[in-house]
Design a protein around this ligand. Structure first.
Ligand SMILES: NC(=O)c1ccc[n+]([C@@H]2O[C@H](COP(=O)([O-])OP(=O)(O)OC[C@H]3O[C@@H](n4cnc5c(N)ncnc54)[C@H](OP(=O)(O)O)[C@@H]3O)[C@@H](O)[C@H]2O)c1
Length: 325
């Protein structure tokens, strides 16, 4: 067993900026462990989690890495009333897409005025109210991202690294991320999982949206593993979902190559053929899904542009019905 970090209650590095992860779920704990690597070394920022509670507390975490090594960490879970929030200079938001606004907006006035925020959820949409709220904080900045890494919560405080992959990030609005903070992010790929920077970032996020807009609802509705979507019976539906998405993206100023998007969707179906998507699992466990931020975002943008997207609307309606039943 390896101890990755142990942050004492009263730290001796009080003047140092903090790196925080909002949302102590599967991806949040994965990011915490990856960012915490080497925290014992001098000159390295402390990493903390931010939870739902007002009071700060400490929590023993367990992380099983991709080589099956188990790491223990005593994490600080900063309370939302803790004035150390004012030292948070880099904030990773790792809640579900539908939780972003409620979790993040009340924290904005409490963070460092120069805080840089990174949204790392699946789907699109929450960046719009966040960007609008940030207009009042002129020195803050917003980076959007997506990760293909995967993490599985074995119990509330035990997370297993279940899939390697790339993390794609790009500036969206406000102040750009400082070189010093970008250096901190090198810790995210200390195990050789690449970080890619993209400018502009939205085309990358629309590309990822296409993957999620196909795989998530179709596996949830057909109760199947990802690989089953390679069957010919799904071909025309998959084409229709992508055609609509590419059209909406175009009117939204994002030019996507339809053939390349389709090829990538089928590649991911093949690469993850044995996996059960997060929406499949959310529906199976009667949890809320991210359908409104995936196919729902396509429908919302289409409505504003007076475009019809019946195939995506059908999926939204069906998944919402399924989650209610
Ligand atoms: N898991 C993966 O492998 C994976 C891979 C790629 C992308 N993603 C994406 O990453 C995002 C997070 O997914 P996840 O699997 O990590 O979800 P998750 O395990 O449900 O984690 C979300 C965490 O955020 C917490 N939270 C919710 N509202 C909060 C608030 N107001 N204040 C503080 N904490 C709050 C939740 O606490 P409660 O438990 O108390 O609600 C939970 O601990 C999703 O968009 C997902 O699609 C996940």
């Amino acid at each position: 067993m390896v101890r990755t970090s142990a942050l004492p209650a009263s730290s001796t590095h009080d003047n140092n900026a903090l790196i925080a992860v909002l949302g102590a779920g599967a991806i949040g704990q994965l990011m915490y462990h990856k960012l915490s690597v080497n925290t014992q070394e001098a000159q390295v920022n402390e990493v903390i989690l931010i939870g739902r509670d007002k009071q700060t507390r400490h929590q023993q975490l367990r992380f099983i890495d991709h080589t099956q090594h188990t790491h223990e960490a005593l994490a600080t879970i900063l309370g939302t009333d803790d004035n150390r929030l004012a030292r948070v200079e880099l904030l990773f938001v790792c809640v579900k897409a539908y939780q972003v606004e409620q979790a993040l907006l009340p924290l904005l006035p409490k963070l460092s005025p120069q805080c840089h925020i990174v949204l790392l959820h699946n789907g699109l949409g929450p960046h719009l109210p966040v960007a609008a709220a940030l207009m009042r904080y002129k020195d803050m900045g917003l980076t959007l991202g997506t990760t293909s890494q995967a993490a599985l919560k074995l119990s509330p405080w035990q997370v297993k690294y279940s899939g390697l992959g790339v993390t794609q990030l790009g500036h969206y609005c406000g102040s750009v991320m400082s070189a010093a903070l970008k250096t901190c992010l090198t810790r995210l790929h200390s195990d050789n999982q690449p970080i890619e920077w993209h400018q502009p970032v939205l085309p990358v996020l629309w590309q990822k949206l296409a993957i999620n807009a196909v795989i998530n609802p179709l596996t949830a509705l057909n109760q199947c593993a990802n690989g089953q979507l390679a069957a010919t019976e799904y071909q025309s539906q998959i084409s229709a979902i992508i055609d609509e998405l590419v059209e909406v993206a175009k009117y939204d100023g994002i030019i996507l190559d339809k053939a390349a998007v389709k090829a990538r969707v089928y590649q991911v179906i093949e690469l993850t053929s044995a996996n059960f998507s997060s929406m499949y699992q959310d529906v199976a466990h009667s949890r809320p899904t991210e359908i409104n931020e995936i196919n729902g975002y396509i429908c919302q943008q289409a409505k504003a542009l007076h475009l019809n997207v019946p195939n995506n609307q059908y999926l939204v309606d069906k998944v919402l019905q399924l989650s209610k039943s």
